[in-house]
Design a protein around this ligand. Sequence first.
Ligand SMILES: NC(=O)c1ccc[n+]([C@@H]2O[C@H](COP(=O)([O-])OP(=O)(O)OC[C@H]3O[C@@H](n4cnc5c(N)ncnc54)[C@H](O)[C@@H]3O)[C@@H](O)[C@H]2O)c1
Ligand SMILES: [Zn+2]
Ligand SMILES: [Zn+2]
Length: 350
Amino acid sequence: MKSLRLYGNQDIRFEEADKPVIEKADDVIIKVKAVGICGSDISRFSKLGPYVEGNVFGHEFSGEVAEVGSEVEHIKVGDRVAGCPTFYCGECESCRKGELSRCENLHVMGAYHPGAFAEYAKLPAENIVPIPDNVDYETAAMVEPSAVVVHGFYRTTMQPGAEVAVMGCGNIGLLAIQWAKIFGAKKVYAIDIDDSKLEVAKEVGADVLINSLEKPPHEQILEHTNDAGVDVAIESAGSPITSAQVFALPKKGGQVVFMGIPYADINIERFYFEKIVRNELTVLGSWNAISAPFPGKEWSTTVHYMSTGQINVKPIISHRLPLAEGPETFDRIINRKESFGKVMFYPEEG
Ligand SMILES: NC(=O)c1ccc[n+]([C@@H]2O[C@H](COP(=O)([O-])OP(=O)(O)OC[C@H]3O[C@@H](n4cnc5c(N)ncnc54)[C@H](O)[C@@H]3O)[C@@H](O)[C@H]2O)c1
Ligand SMILES: [Zn+2]
Ligand SMILES: [Zn+2]
């Protein structure tokens, strides 16, 4: 089958790989219809996150069930599904407590297991998420990042009528804007340094657009909120700068949710750090997207709101490509040759 395989730093190849075969009674083989590039795939490509040489990578996908193992009951050939690409060990203390996203041995397909940048992918039956007919395949390929974002919202005590700031309007932030509305936000402030991202933020429902290159973001938020600040601030830019700035956005007693990972040391100016203390903020981290019973309500809720149209990924998808363009596309992404939103591959198209 056609696939993208990772061989080393910035070395991916579009080439043949062995089609997965049923080995275990609970295996499910899916014909991949759409598979997106995740930020972690880019890190794996350019900074070499965990990988096995020559492995097929990629994990944000959907498709049609092609084959099932002998003990698979509720999934049949021809079903339309998304994949939950995450594996937990079931044995560590967090798993035994049912806190699956805190598993000590959490890992994702495409690192050590074969991934989904291919014509076929394989997962255990419990990782299969059925999708209704009115959710198309490219939307379903974004069930995983959307589940990541709602996992973070479940960590908050947000209530209807809240005001929410989303710092960083990439793939994660653009989903956070939509989830904020679903969680009852009356106003969502979208913050970015790239006006083209803010335009998309508006399209997916942001009420106020803030370019933080012009003026520090907290000054602009205070102007809009009568000097109060927001109830919940989401860090979804994943930069050392925003990881400090985000503390100045909530009102007293407000909440900050970190979804971004800066991959660098953070020096927080006293001004920002003191906000945590003086404003008695609650600071929450959010990791991955699974919970008990596996894969968790993050997945069923995502599929529900995709089917109602309240999660709309169409404006987020910037490129629709055949797999053959993978090597060149990854190269263009890391060399920042143009602006990328979500890049979606269609393996059936070559
Ligand atoms: N917690 C999790 O489980 C999880 C899962 C997936 C991704 N992530 C992390 O979420 C973060 C966002 O991922 P993504 O795929 O949306 O990335 P992305 O690159 O698509 O988006 C980042 C956005 O932040 C903006 N930005 C950069 N610097 C900024 C600044 N100084 N001020 C304001 N905006 C700024 C960029 O313009 C861009 O729009 C990353 O750090 C990623 O690693 C976390
Ligand atoms: Zn991902
Ligand atoms: Zn575990």
